[in-house]
Design a protein around this ligand. Structure first.
Ligand code: FES
Ligand SMILES: [Fe+2]
Length: 324
């Protein structure tokens, strides 16, 4: 199976963190995104709920809005021929369409997507065949039970483009083996000798205790989790960052970081500066590895059972997905 087909199959069944609820405060506020090649839109409806749809008009499939955040007022209007939809997805008017026998507006509402709110974050699935959400997230939920995640608010979104396939970047995210070699500034905060990664079903939890002398001033809390297939969950002392590792249509990767903090207005320059350094180091090594992976003529060597157990798990899950 080629990479594009496999990626589509995996993402069609998976849950994706699209937004934080606080990004959609008012009725008509929306956020549009293309996930694994599929345009989607989440919006706040007139009753105060959140809904997610394919960002596709039922006439000839124009998206309503380009990717990004905005507000559409009391309806979604198609920019192609002007069909208008209520915020709950009903087709209100096939503007100027003219008479047609058998035309049924009720059958032409927007295509709704499964959606779950989890501790303030909005997760969507790209198809009704998605995996069981609660079972999937349970190991993270358990680990964050005492953390006041729902009181945190959207603070920032930052993106980085990486010229490697998404799986190379995920594999890099899944091990701490490279930290002492590649990330000197991060290594100064954590006790690398005690670093380990636990795998529970489709979740990996990094245990990276802070060095004793850095407990008061470190940027990180020392909790990183990964949720199949492409989500990093990075917890700080007063906030967290959802690291969406999106595949792009060109076969590369966009890192899309969604930050929430207890005080969204506070100065986070130290957190962002550390993130920029670590991301640049990961980006450079992953792009370099991609060249040899893309060449396709030589295989990778063994994975360390001590350090790369989660990478092995990821590869098993990829193989399962390829088998169907
Ligand atoms: S594609 Fe939307 S009105 Fe034609
Ligand atoms: Fe790294």
């Amino acid at each position: 199976m080629d990479d594009v087909t496999l990626t589509r199959r995996i993402f069609a069944r998976s849950w994706q963190c699209l937004a934080h609820e606080s990004q959609l405060p008012q009725a008509g506020d929306y956020l549009a995104e293309t996930i694994a090649g599929i345009p989607v839109i989440a919006l706040r409806d007139a009753e105060g709920g959140v809904r997610a749809f394919r960002n596709a008009c039922r006439h000839r499939l124009s998206p309503f809005v380009p990717d990004g955040a905005g507000t559409c007022g009391s309806e979604l209007a198609c920019p192609y021929h002007g069909w208008r939809y209520a915020l709950d997805g009903r087709l209100k008017s096939a503007t100027g369409f003219g008479p047609m026998e058998g035309f049924d507006a009720r059958a032409l509402g927007l295509i709704a997507l499964p959606l779950r709110l989890w501790r303030g974050f909005l997760f969507i699935a790209l198809s009704a065949a998605a995996d069981d959400f609660d079972a999937w997230i349970a190991p993270v939920d358990k680990r964050l039970a005492a953390t006041p995640v729902e009181s945190w608010r959207y603070a920032a979104r930052r993106t980085h483009d990486v010229a490697c396939r998404w799986t190379v970047y995920v594999e890099n995210y899944l091990e701490g083996y490279h930290v002492p070699v590649l990330h000197k500034s991060l290594d100064a905060e954590i006790d690398s000798a005690a670093y380990r990664v636990d795998v529970e079903d489709r979740i990996a939890i990094h245990h990276a205790p802070l060095r004793a002398e850095r407990r008061g001033d470190a940027v990180y809390e020392g909790l990183w989790a990964w949720a199949w297939p492409n989500l990093g969950i990075n917890v700080y002392r007063d906030g967290m960052m959802m690291e969406r590792i999106w595949p792009t249509p060109g076969g590369a990767t966009r890192l899309d970081y969604l930050y929430v903090f207890a005080d969204p207005g506070a100065d986070q320059s130290a957190t962002f500066a550390m993130s920029d350094v670590v991301t640049a180091e990961d980006k450079a090594i992953c792009e370099a590895v991609e060249a040899n992976v893309a060449a396709g003529d030589i295989a990778q060597g063994p994975l360390s059972p001590r350090h790369e157990n989660a990478v092995a798990r990821f590869r098993d899950l990829m193989e399962d997905a390829a088998r169907g």
